[in-house]
Design a protein around this ligand. Sequence first.
Ligand SMILES: O=c1[nH]cnc2c1ncn2[C@H]1C[C@H](O)[C@@H](CO)O1
Ligand SMILES: [Zn+2]
Length: 331
Amino acid sequence: MNYSSLPKIDLHCHLDGSVRPQTIIDLANQQNISIPSQDINEIRSLMIAPETCQNLEEYLMRFDLPLSVMQTQAGIERISFELFEDAAKENVKYFEVRFGPQLHQLQGLSFDQIIGSVVKGMQRAEAMYDIKGNYILSILRTFPKDNIRDVIDAGAAYLNKGVVAFDLAGAELPGFCSEFIPYVDYAIEKGYRITIHAGEQGVGQNVFDAVTMLKAERVGHGIHISGHQGAYDLVKQQNIGLETCPSSNIQTKAVDKLSEHPLKAFYEDALPITINTDNRTVSNTTMTDEIRKVMEEFNLSREDYFNIYKISVEQAFASDEVKQHLMSFAD
Ligand SMILES: O=c1[nH]cnc2c1ncn2[C@H]1C[C@H](O)[C@@H](CO)O1
Ligand SMILES: [Zn+2]
């Protein structure tokens, strides 16, 4: 099978985890930021989460270096453009990228400047390549909550003009959902769609809570519903999109190896699974790699692939017009 030529949809990818190593070097030099090396291979290896990663917390430490050069409008715009360019070159037709506006304020940028920059970079790539995209705003669960409404307000100006959804990311503790109810309600009131990282490290109960308390339409990862019947049944009944990210799950020890990933069992039981990258650089992957690994490991056919592609179209936070365009690539 020619995996590169397949049309692809990625619904779960973090901007700061998907920066080109050369861009880190270029931007650090332009911005007079000291970095550990000028050697691209060393920078790459500092960005990739190692096999010896013990958990999600250790994986999340790989984001400090890219974030250090993502504090100016020009830097953020360039990185957004390049990510969409990289994806377009491997035939990703629709791409939802997420990032945490709160992480880009170290040099005083406003949320409007930050969100405006990612959208501008994406739109520049959309004009040059056959790719469509949208941004998801991620709030870091471990951060102070006093500026969450400011992020939501700033993003609201871009709703359906480059921004579509709200997410919670970062370390996952059991029972995290309840304290975010007022913020998610506020985002829904403003018109955001909702996806929540849940059931990645945490227990399946977090997925149940994300759907019932936070009205999540999709969940990031969600793999731990396999140990929680209530969450499993809810996802199935309500057709909650599962944004699976297989390589990332192995690195964070959410699963021991790909053969133990529950995505095949979910697919066979007609749960709406999608296949995504999570972090192209930190997880050292691409959509082509993820699809190749999953199809080979689980013996999926071309028909299975296009079934999953169609689930991604259905679960995308895209306009009907874009969805129709995406369906034109389906077999
Ligand atoms: O897989 C993940 N789970 C939870 N949080 C994550 C994951 N990958 C990246 N993040 C965090 C670290 C980034 O700095 C932040 C915003 O993209 O989201
Ligand atoms: Zn993620």
